[in-house]
Ligand binder design. Structure first.
Ligand SMILES: [Zn+2]
Length: 333
């Protein structure tokens, strides 16, 4: 076994413990220490819109195992930026379920609802660099626009050269320009022409809330996240997020998008599709099902094991290359 569950590295900062130099110090002069390679920082970022379900367990397991395989840190963020969609108590419920299933995260949980000042500063940067512009269009006015790749309406550019006389700003949009290419760790090479496939996208909504795309990018940059492993329902958001990292001057993380679990009707598991909540009294069978979904072939006898035993097996056998290169797959019945 490479690591004990819950083990933490306690690396001191480079200067810690070094005594100040005095005149009595003699040679040899210490050679400069080369900078350490950037350490892997992964994260799991659920939205508190309901209890953790099988689909979110799959994403959590993949990102945690991949972080452990790189001896990395694994952070937890509650994505409650879209306050109207959040369910009271859901965040605490998700944390308790993750704990019961044996997940161990590093550091304090970050709540997006506490990060408004950072999002404000990022928007100000985008405004002052003229990458963001005010948009006065109503939802009804945009309803006739053609569909973008992710199924939303592609912005027709109405306000990108200034608001029409008498119109006020409702939302703020970023100019979608350029082509984004990246190699996804599961799905392979991706390419998106932002103007053609997406269009100018919202970073601050008409209701005053910051858009998910901006919040994710600002939070990942602030936390030093180097690798994002998440469900493939977010694959179509990735080009916008890489674009925002560029505009804000932060390093975009590497990405790997694992298949999304769907129900019998082919819909993504979510509260809206009545996904069953995970049973905290019986973690092992669900963990095994998640590992099987991720192409890791766990032995069936592990269904009677403790979560720690399942994770010990998973750490030994985890390989990202085993994850099916699919955007979605049916959840086990
Ligand atoms: Zn507009």
């Amino acid at each position: 076994m490479r690591r004990q569950p819950g083990a933490r590295s306690t690396r001191a900062p480079p200067s810690a413990g070094r005594l100040p130099m005095t005149a009595a110090d003699t040679a040899p002069v210490p050679r400069p220490v080369p900078p350490a390679p950037a350490r892997y920082v992964g994260r799991f970022a659920p939205s508190p819109t309901g209890p953790l379900h099988f689909g979110s367990l799959v994403a959590a397991a993949a990102s945690w195992l991949e972080a452990q395989a790189h001896d990395g840190r694994w952070l937890l963020r509650i994505e409650d930026v879209d306050a109207p969609r959040c369910v009271p108590g859901a965040a605490a419920d998700i944390l308790a379920t993750l704990d019961r299933f044996g997940f161990r995260w590093d550091g304090e949980v970050v709540y997006q609802s506490t990060r408004t000042a950072a999002y404000e500063a990022a928007l100000e940067h985008l405004r002052s660099s003229e990458h963001a512009f005010p948009c006065g269009c109503t939802r009804a006015e945009l309803a006739a626009a053609p569909l973008a790749r992710d199924g939303s309406r592609r912005y027709p550019g109405t306000c990108r050269n200034g608001l029409a006389p008498g119109r006020g700003a409702r939302a703020w949009r970023v100019r979608a320009e350029g082509v984004v290419r990246f190699e996804d760790g599961v799905q392979g090479w991706q390419e998106e022409d932002l103007a053609r496939d997406c269009g100018d996208y919202v970073v601050r909504r008409a209701d005053g809330l910051f858009a998910y795309q901006l919040a994710v990018v600002v939070d990942d940059a602030a936390a030093g996240v180097t690798h994002v492993v998440r469900g493939a329902d977010l694959l179509d958001s990735t080009a916008r997020q890489i674009h925002l990292h560029r505009l804000l001057g932060s390093a975009a993380p590497a990405h790997a998008h694992v298949p999304v679990a769907t129900n019998a009707a082919g819909e993504k598991l979510s509260k809206q599709t009545h996904a069953l909540a995970l049973d905290p009294a019986a973690p092992a069978p669900a963990l095994l099902a998640a590992l099987a979904f991720l192409g890791q072939n766990p032995p069936p006898e592990l269904a009677r094991a403790t979560p720690a035993e399942v994770w010990a097996w998973a750490r030994m056998h985890w390989h990202l290359a085993g994850v099916p290169r699919q955007r979605h797959a049916p959840a086990p019945a």
